[in-house]
Design a protein around this ligand. Sequence first.
Ligand code: B12
Ligand code: SF4
Length: 630
Amino acid sequence: MKDYQFMQEKEMINQPRHPLGTRTSVLLTSVFGPFARDDEYGSRKINPMELYQNQVTRVQGGFSLRMFHRSFGLMMIQANLEAPCTLLDFPTLERFIEEIQNHTYDVIGISGILPNVGKVRKMCQLVRQHQPAATIIIGGHITNKEGLDQMIDADIIVRGEGIRWFQRYLGQDDKVPIKHIAALSGFGTRIMGIDIGSPGGTAAILVPSVGCPVGCNFCATSALFGGKGNSIHFYETGDELFAVMCEIERKLKVRSFFALDENFLLHKKRALRLLELMETNNKSWAIFVFSSARVLKSYTIDQLIRLGISWVWMGLEGQESAYDKLKGVDTRDLVKTLQSQGIRVLGSSIIGLEDHRPENMDAIIDYAVSHESVFHQFMLYSPVPGTPLHEKHKQDGTLLSEPEFSYADAHGQYRFNYRHKHIKDGQEGQYLLDAFRCDFKINGPSLLRLIRVLLNGWQMHKDAPKRIRDRFAREVFPVRSAYAGAVWAIRKWYRNDQHIAGQADKLLRDIYATFGWTTRLIAPLIGRYAWFTLNREEKRLAAGWAYEPHHFCEKNFAARLFEREQAAKSKKEIYREKNKNSSNVANSRGGVTAIRWLPGGSHRARSVDIKNSPLVKPDILVKGTGDQAP
Ligand code: B12
Ligand code: SF4
């Protein structure tokens, strides 16, 4: 019987330690792709590894924002390990097999969410087959599933925060400051059939904390890190966060940050100290945040603008929903105010709350759509293991069992994983689509809305103090050319839809009035090109085209060193075999000694000073092959 460990951060004092400590060789991996197809491991065509196409701009065709995001949890863990650690992100099944066939690891850590359980199971089987001596550790949101130990063949299941856990597991100090990664928040960005993935325009990822103390009953993120009243701050103070952001700015040359923190603004002391430091140091940064409406309302608009809040992901949930985070807030009014200031809002609404019924569905959708937010996410109200909502359904006996409903389909964009009181026979899938379609029909492409809000921001703040004006000037810059062209193309695309064509026309006239004749000249030229690429993209999509993230294989410093040592060792063995009489050269300076074979069977020893060696470069990114599915 295996010794499974389910641990929360607080209970980790007695956690296991690996006997090899920081000499343990570690492989961290996300689950394998391809994702946007139906397969036996749980990939689903409607569940691509994309945020917008998956759950936000799903029905917007060529106007849908296409973009991938790395597995930041794994990247953060790797960055904080002293042990040799290789990270595979989005491998294919073949690439994963190749890795475990060709390299030996002491520990293999797999990260997943519940819909991926079939993939995690398969990966565990493969590890047992190819690396029977390796310890398998599972982390990420999948660990909230009760009985996971019976579903997969793993050694340790870590529920909760993984950086500190891994440091303790490998005998490292878990009190040292957490190192942040320098990584962009997205890659492979594309819209209207045009690649716009230029690194300069993409925000860097910033992870100040994990978890959320608000503890809404359905929230998996909150549940994984302790639920109501709990969260874990990687950077407790504004000073620490500021230092991290300066470092990222320096390394990546970015001035915008995507704060992957469920309630960044909730930690007000930290946020206001950050604002103070930004002002003292004249930082014209933009920050994209998740935030609840009530927390947003606890700041003045002036504070939000000065803090660089440019984009907000906000739960709207549903009219009359009973959530504290919305109490006393008119969300329509709030969205309107924010967007009039240039702050883009991604509103998030839930379909299938307890009081939702077929009779009130139209009104619910109309209410959500009336927010006119730049983006709108619609998700099914789904009890996720670990949450109070799941527990309630369990008590009530309303959950569907695995044979009735596969975990792979419980991703929130298809069906309920339980019996809803009023919504039956899979009607919810249709309501969800109705909501997306209604939002698209009434409010038009999100890109059009985005450009309008960017222009609002510029008009509102073009005379603001320099630090603030600079940010708005940066954000509005593409509206002078590329985005003006996009609006031109949208107006043409919707020439038979007076409502949207009218919106595009008005926006284009406002853009021309603001930026003058150069924009007026450029817009039709770019617009024609965008019109062409949009048509091409629509045809591709109609023919079943899907996008897949390419895979990454990244090794930390210790892993690269370890591999060189291994390579040197095996060369030494070959050398010993061939030259029984000769001996290896000892290196009195403590460097790595590599034996290089020269043509003709002769050899010479080469001493490598680890610190100054050109062979040992920090943070080499080994990119995998692009896997774009037709
Ligand atoms: C970014 C993100 C995505 C990205 C994917 C990025 C990627 N490369 O995987 C995108 C946008 C594509 C995405 C898609 C989906 N997502 Co998502 N996503 C998130 C989000 C917002 C942030 C994750 C993150 O990076 N957090 C920051 C890092 C630092 O935290 P972390 O990942 O939790 O990692 C920590 C620990 O979990 C742990 N850990 C993680 N891995 C490991 C591994 C080991 C070995 C160990 C020891 C520890 C460990 O240590 C880390 C550091 O503390 C979370 C919500 C959230 N805030 O967590 C939802 C979330 C993970 N997603 C979720 C869901 C349901 C989905 C979708 C199914 C939704 C949908 N229908 O669109 C799809 C699935 C896509 C697919 N085909 O698999 C759920 C998972 C629920 C569950 N219980 O399984 C979450 C929790 C959102 C929610 N509240 O419902 N998602
Ligand atoms: S406020 Fe948002 S992140 Fe926090 S618990 Fe509620 S749903 Fe989750």
